[in-house]
Design a protein around this ligand. Structure first.
Ligand SMILES: *Cc1c(COP(=O)(O)O)cnc(C)c1O
Ligand SMILES: [Zn+2]
Length: 407
């Protein structure tokens, strides 16, 4: 049994029943899920959560799904890895990496998909769909296969091979649109109006987005039921950052942790940095850009939740920083060399930004800091293939080994 009161407009506060809708009819503001926090506080406890499954569903009381039977490939409860080697290089005292590369389809998107598709089934949909920069496509394809949904998956036609194959293998209807993600998204909004499908990031977006809160919940639980001092989060649409912040605040609201004083910082690629630009100019008007970065999973030029992400950053005392294309690759390599985690380009953006913020003192030496590594490197091999070492090729003899390797 969930504790959802309905949906509420983030702008004007008008309330709606919990239907598959996402915009306010009065002010066109985005809708979000509204919970009965008093009721949740009366049932939830650390012990109750600790007895739950090792997945996002241990936080079911704070998720918008009613049915017991959820669509679950076991997303979430990923490791919070203490990163002492990287911390030493960056001059930080206590650094952690939330390693979401280990999810069922190797990115944090499994969290949002598991919630969205569970809700779609509750609503009685037979088909699901998404507009994706790649990882959501993989995740929706996999979860739809498991749940026997028809799936219509829309991606920019020029995605990385690894991202395309990692959707195709599950055999959805896979559509490559000639254009950017923003073109894909615009087209999908039109399609969503005509077809009775659960578009995970359009008509069921309010429910989908709630899945990202679990990254905030897990971080606090894994730190021993306390919020970190500073987090670094990659920004595409801005939903993830917004929801990590919301997750930490909710944990406090229902009595699980002390009031979080976490500073929320955002990471973008310089070549797709609409939120960072607004942050630097100290304005809330986010100007759409045309992305041109190897960090394709973050390449959203017109971020739906950019405004709310910026608000979370400013309200919490964080910053938004950018990295160059070279710094993205360096970030991927730095993370792999120091901590043994192979991240995709979004991870390069996050680690590159983390490095900049540590070096400039914007992350203070003694702040307990968490960086979110949201996707795995095997999907974006082309980003690093030219800048990694090559094997030393030898003949199968000890002499050749000594000559070529030990010389
Ligand atoms: C989608 C995605 C993000 C950012 O998600 P938003 O909620 O759209 O900001 C970050 N990292 C990876 C790997 C992603 O696929
Ligand atoms: Zn409204």
């Amino acid at each position: 049994m969930a504790y959802v009161k309905g949906l509420i407009c983030r702008e004007c506060g008008r309330e709606y029943p919990a239907n598959p809708i996402h915009v306010c009819e009065f002010c066109f503001g985005p809708l979000e899920v509204n919970y009965d926090y008093d009721k949740i506080a009366s049932v939830i406890s650390r012990e109750r959560i600790e007895k739950g499954p090792c997945s996002i569903w241990r936080y079911k009381d704070l998720l918008p799904v009613e049915e017991e039977d959820v669509i679950d490939l076991s997303a979430g409860f990923s490791p919070l890895q203490k990163a002492d080697n990287l911390a030493r290089e960056l001059g930080l005292k206590e650094l952690y990496l939330k390693n979401d590369t280990v999810n069922p389809t190797y990115s944090f998107k499994d969290r949002v998909t598991s919630v969205a598709l569970s809700k779609a089934r509750e609503f009685g949909y037979e088909a699901v769909a998404c507009a994706s920069t790649g990882n959501l496509a993989n995740s929706v394809s996999a979860h739809a296969a498991k749940a026997n949904f028809k799936a219509y998956v829309f991606i920019p036609a020029n995605l990385e091979q690894g991202k395309i194959i990692s959707s195709a293998i599950y055999q959805p209807t896979l559509v490559g649109v000639e254009g950017s993600y923003d073109d894909v998204n615009r087209l999908c909004s039109e399609i969503a109006n005509e077809f009775n499908w659960a578009f995970v990031n359009i008509n069921v977006r309010p429910y989908y987005a709630e899945g990202s809160k679990t990254l905030g919940f897990e971080t606090a639980e894994q730190l021993g039921w306390k919020a970190p001092d500073h987090v670094v989060v990659p920004i595409a649409s801005g939903s993830l950052l917004t929801k990590i912040y919301k997750g930490l605040k909710e944990f406090h609201k229902v009595g699980l942790i002390d009031k979080p004083l976490t500073r929320i910082s955002g990471a973008q690629a310089e070549k797709c940095s609409p939120v960072a630009t607004a942050f630097k100019n100290n304005v809330y008007d986010i100007k759409p850009v045309k992305p041109n970065t190897i960090a394709k999973s973050l390449a959203i030029g017109n971020p739906a939740d950019g405004y709310y992400a910026l608000k979370a950053v400013n309200e919490s005392g964080g910053v938004v920083e950018t990295v160059t294309e070279e710094e993205i690759v360096e970030g991927i390599k730095l993370l792999a060399r120091t901590e043994g985690i192979f991240a995709e380009t979004a991870g390069g953006v996050t680690v590159g930004t983390l490095k900049k913020l540590a070096e400039s003192g914007k992350i203070k030496k003694d702040e307990v800091t968490v960086a979110y590594i949201t996707g795995a490197g095997l999907k974006t091999l082309e980003a690093v293939e030219k800048s990694v070492i090559s094997p030393i090729v030898i003949s199968p003899t000890i002499a050749s080994f000594k000559e070529k390797v030990l010389r």
